[in-house]
Design a protein around this ligand. Structure first.
Ligand code: MG
Length: 400
């Protein structure tokens, strides 16, 4: 018996929640922003805004140019989290194998809970109706139902807003592959697309038919995984308890666009502090650091470094992140700063030769203080000017 897995993805989530909360916003192009002001970035746009071409990442100024009637709403994470909780409570009534993948996406493993795909499809229709009836009439979702976790997400990505798609038979899968580009497949970005093109692979069907051993040899494990995903072979399965993240990162569209290295360094340090706090909360340490920025005029820098040892404190990580960030002189105005840590693993008890244990203990003590009294109770001098900046907000990526 094949597995029966559903992926449910809320449509234009933050914007829809705002429209649900305020009926005056319904039917209007809405941009949910990190903060109001022309330099702000849209972190979610309503389906009406999307129809004008206003997408996530678009600046407020640019969105106004595209369509002067866009309504901007400052994001309110508590509202989205509370709404998600109500949605997930509905999901949990139908399966224990539930993976909340991000604030607006969940995987539900129905294997053993339903007899067949028809029953699964009816159940998903019912769940989608319950979300509208019980959580909010304006909340729509796309759902995919398939034999693996990856194919379920592929199906929901392909399904239009407020609809669902079952992908069970191989022929159905191939038919949909023929209507998609390589980059429409979950996990294929521009870089991977180029590597596949170099192998003579230009379509998902070609990738599906390619010899997996050749893919493994040239692209390594990720190459094999892509082939397996397309061929309906389960790689990950639904993680019913939340799985640890592969990377932790923060990006921030800065309100004062500048090339001032002191200011950029302070923002970078603040983002590092946020990332390392999450890292310690998960009891993990990082073996690689990535840092970068985007320039106002377009372009920017994005560089990674694999470390010879694992690190966990902000000062250690900032040392590497700032080396990467300032590896080239910044001559133009920066609009976005980004940092992330990856190659994560559980903290080893043997300690590190590089970071004295007292530094790690100090970091933990500060975490406890800020958890109890707020982030601004004790902080490094260099964060003095960044108090109001890069405050907690919520992204569409995986939950903590
Ligand atoms: Mg979504």
């Amino acid at each position: 018996m094949p597995s029966i897995i559903a992926h449910i993805d809320m449509n234009s989530y933050f914007a829809s929640v705002e429209q649900q909360a305020n009926p005056l916003l319904r039917g209007k192009p809405v941009g949910v922003v990190a903060y109001l002001g022309d330099n702000g970035c849209i972190i979610a746009s309503s389906k009406e805004a999307k129809s004008f071409g206003i997408k996530t990442g678009c600046s407020v100024a640019r969105a106004k140019q595209i369509h002067p009637g866009v309504v901007f709403v400052e994001n309110e994470p508590a509202k989205y989290i509370a709404t998600t909780q109500r949605i997930v409570e509905i999901f949990a009534q139908y399966t224990d194998a539930l993976e909340q993948y991000s604030i607006d996406e969940s995987f539900l493993d129905f294997t053993g809970y339903v007899k067949n795909f028809d029953e699964a499809a009816r159940l998903v229709t019912h769940i989608r109706a319950r979300i509208k009836n019980e959580v909010g009439e304006w909340l729509t979702c796309s759902a995919g139902i398939a034999t693996t976790r990856w194919l379920a997400k592929f199906a929901s990505d392909f399904a239009k807003s407020d609809s669902q798609l079952v992908l069970q038979a191989k022929e159905d899968r191939l038919r949909i592959f023929d209507q998609c580009d390589l980059v429409d497949a979950w996990g294929i970005g521009d870089a991977m697309k180029q590597r596949l093109n170099a192998l003579g692979i230009f379509t998902l069907r070609q990738l599906h038919d390619y010899a997996p051993t050749n893919l493994q040899r040239t692209l390594g494990k990720p190459g094999y995984y892509l082939w397996a995903h397309l061929n309906g072979i389960e790689i990950e399965g639904v993680a019913s308890s939340s799985r640890p993240p592969k990377s932790i990162g923060h990006t921030y569209c800065i309100p004062y666009q500048t090339h001032d290295t002191d200011y950029l360094g302070s923002i970078l340090y603040k983002l590092v502090c946020k990332a390392t706090k999450r890292l310690r909360a998960l009891d993990m340490e990082a073996g690689a650091v990535t840092a970068g920025y985007a320039l106002v005029r377009g372009g920017g820098l994005h560089v990674s470094k694999k470390l010879s040892h694992h690190v966990v404190t902000a000062d250690e990580i900032y040392r590497y992140a700032s080396q990467l960030f300032f590896s080239q002189p910044i001559k133009e105005k920066v609009r976005m700063v980004a940092v992330s840590v990856s190659s994560l693993r559980g903290i080893s008890n043997q300690g590190s030769l590089f970071a004295p244990p007292r530094d790690r203990d100090l970091a933990r003590a500060l975490d406890k203080l800020s958890a109890r009294y707020g982030d601004t109770v004790v902080y490094k001098g260099r964060l003095w000017h960044t108090k109001d900046q890069a405050q907690d907000r919520i992204g569409y990526r995986k939950l903590k």
